[in-house]
Design a protein around this ligand. Structure first.
Ligand SMILES: C[S@@+](CC[C@H](N)C(=O)[O-])C[C@H]1O[C@@H](n2cnc3c(N)ncnc32)[C@H](O)[C@@H]1O
Length: 217
């Protein structure tokens, strides 16, 4: 179970990280339904971590995408994990291992910043290394959906700050969405004052509440 000593937090839900990805990030952004219209889609993420969110998204995208549609997945990460650490973490989900192996083949190229790879003919991954506020501010966007996945707000406030939430909003398509596992009050206020319509929902696993939101049209 990957744990960050620097931030004092786990990388994903202890119960089942992959189920959290599916329920919170893919589910609350309603991605499977949205992929059904065949449009190209850009998903942006704060915190690549072990790549679990990306790999599970890629797996589901391969099952549900329509021919010709393209997924651009852009993730902002300050401290990329080693290929070995990623492989060990993802080893818990054997059906993700083939996709993980394809990611890991390219991972050493990450010293070239930002790294961008076509992982299959319909899927491009970009990992932007550095502080998220800096990376998102330089990124043109826009995203159709955001995964807000920093460590817990109390332990990692920079990943949920007012300027970062504003930069996220400014790089969201009208009608675009975000999802996150947290419902911390000050994070909700930052997202609302940035311009998102925010909804609280029952949380995943042991968490009481989570949030999703939408940029008004
Ligand atoms: C909860 S983990 C992300 C889990 C990940 N999405 C996954 O699927 O494994 C949070 C990530 O945010 C990164 N991080 C923390 N502070 C950051 C910052 N200011 N800018 C960019 N990345 C940051 C950490 O290095 C860590 O990988």
């Amino acid at each position: 179970m990957p744990f960050s000593t620097r931030f004092g937090d786990h990388f994903y839900a202890r119960e089942d990280g992959r189920a959290e990805t599916a329920h919170v990030f893919i589910g609350q952004n309603r991605l499977v339904e949205r992929w059904g219209d065949g449009a190209d889609v850009t998903i942006a993420e704060l915190g690549f971590g072990t790549g679990l969110n990306f790999l599970e998204t890629w797996r589901q995208w391969q099952r549900h995408r329509l021919p010709g549609a393209r997924l651009d997945f852009v993730s902002f990460e300050a401290l990329p994990m080693t290929a070995d650490a990623i492989t060990t973490a993802i080893g818990r989900w054997p059906d993700l291992e083939p996709l993980c192996a394809r990611l890991i083949d390219r991972w050493p190229e990450l010293s070239v910043m930002p790294a961008s790879w076509m992982l299959d003919h319909q899927t491009r991954l970009t990992v932007v290394v550095g502080d998220a506020l800096d990376g998102v501010t330089r990124w043109a966007g826009p995203a159709d959906a955001w995964y807000l996945d920093g460590f817990a707000p109390a332990k990692n406030p920079d990943m949920w700050s007012e300027p970062l939430m504003q930069a996220v909003f400014d790089r969201t398509q009208p009608g675009g969405t975000f999802a996150t596992y947290t419902a911390a009050g000050w994070v909700r206020r930052n997202l609302q004052s940035a311009g998102f319509d925010v909804e609280k929902l029952p949380g995943f696993g042991g968490k009481r509440e989570m949030m999703r939101g939408r940029r008004p049209d």
